[in-house]
Design a protein around this ligand. Structure first.
Ligand code: KG4
Ligand code: ZN
Length: 357
């Protein structure tokens, strides 16, 4: 316990994450050591709706944020007075959810008279790879694949991200969640589809791979794929759209074929981005990066193309506050925030400028 106490030059940062449906806090120090991490998942609250209900999410954050902070401090063996700064994810995410974390962070900063730091949730997903690698990963191509975002960035440094391409409709995780719901599989859809796909044939259905052959675009589109799966379920020529009864093998084949189509697009565009930018390192983060088949395909392709792959470990793929350690980079760069920091629910065009209106 004693080595966890605050040393003379060590800064302990409390990071808060409430962008979507996980209430999370962590304490990291300026040597990027993780002293404690707590994630309170809301999956049970949203399961019966097949997706995240924003109002339920923000109310649950409100109930959980203080107990989660208390638990994090207790696990780190620290008190509030051992904290040197508080960091909070303020973009992108659900407005009501973001606000809960931001207000908690501001309140602590006022009460303790310590600096406030802003975290861009998407950059933090890539920073999870930096934490896991325990060495520099920049410059790199960053692929962020989550429930709300599917984007490729040229990441020249931890605070210097340039958008290369993104989904023009559904995010990859959103497509997993919606297709799982169509197949009668439980929420969250990603792990359910992964499991169902294990017994399926990925070539049973030839689903569309939008933009895959277009070497000019680094964008994604998954809504056509989702509709193609839907038409296999409702059946062709059924004007009443009554659902076909699917047997377990059909569910497995649909899940495997859908999953393979998403993965082909993600892998294809990530490696196209590497070729276009001339960068040698690919960092992959976000909930969908937990997918075992995707991880396998990325590893194979990285080996074939002699690229260094840094993929977040499973516990850092889905939302967590440890990845908020990226705030240390802002602290070192002197980028602390004033107390009128706001939330920005949509992704910012220039993510590094999250404190600007
Ligand atoms: O990053 P994340 O925890 O939250 C957002 O920032 O959105 O990502 C959640 C998404 C959900 O859509 C979930 O279905 C998906 O990540 N996901 C997966 C897997 N585990 C979680 N998708 C595919 N395969 C998985 N194993
Ligand atoms: Zn996320």
């Amino acid at each position: 316990m004693s080595q966890r106490r605050v040393g003379p030059r060590q800064v302990n940062i409390l990071t808060l994450e409430t962008t979507c449906d996980e209430t999370a806090a962590a304490i990291v120090n300026d040597r990027l050591e993780v002293l404690a991490s707590v994630v309170a998942s809301q999956d049970d609250l949203h399961r019966r709706f097949g997706g995240v209900v924003p109002e339920i999410a923000s109310r649950a954050h409100l109930e959980r944020i203080l107990p989660v902070i208390d638990e994090t401090l207790a696990r780190a063996g620290l008190s509030l007075h051992d904290l040197g700064a508080v960091a909070v994810a303020n973009t992108p995410g659900l407005a009501g959810s973001l606000l809960v974390g931001l207000v908690a962070a501001k309140t602590l900063c006022v009460a303790l008279d310590i600096p406030l730091l802003a975290v861009n949730h998407l950059q933090a997903h890539i920073y999870a790879c930096r934490l896991a690698a325990q060495q520099e990963v920049f410059p790199c191509v960053g692929l962020i694949i989550s429930g709300g975002h599917t984007s490729l960035y040229r990441c020249l440094g931890p605070l210097d991200f340039e958008l290369l391409g993104a989904t023009i409709d559904d995010a990859a995780g959103e497509a997993f969640d919606k297709v799982a719901s169509m197949l009668g599989l439980p929420y969250p859809g990603g792990p359910s589809i992964q499991q169902a796909a294990q017994g399926g044939n990925p070539r049973a259905y030839n689903f569309p791979r939008t933009f895959l052959k277009d070497e000019e675009r680094l964008d994604f589109s998954f809504s056509g794929l989702k509709t193609a799966v839907r038409y296999k379920i409702v059946g062709p020529g059924r004007p009443d759209f009554t659902k076909l009864e699917l047997d377990p093998q059909q569910v497995a084949d649909l899940a495997a074929s859908f999953q393979e189509a998403v993965i082909d697009c993600l892998v294809g565009k990530a490696f196209l981005a590497l070729r276009k930018t001339g960068l040698q390192i690919l960092c992959v983060g976000g909930g969908v990066a937990a997918n075992s088949r995707l991880r396998e395909r990325l590893r194979e392709e990285a080996h074939r193309q002699d690229v260094t792959l840094q993929i977040a470990p499973l516990r850092l793929c889905t939302d967590n506050a440890v990845m908020g350690a990226i705030a240390i980079e802002r602290l070192k760069a002197g980028l602390t925030e004033s107390l009128d920091l706001d939330v920005y629910p949509g992704p910012l065009r220039k993510p590094a400028e999250q404190s600007l209106p």
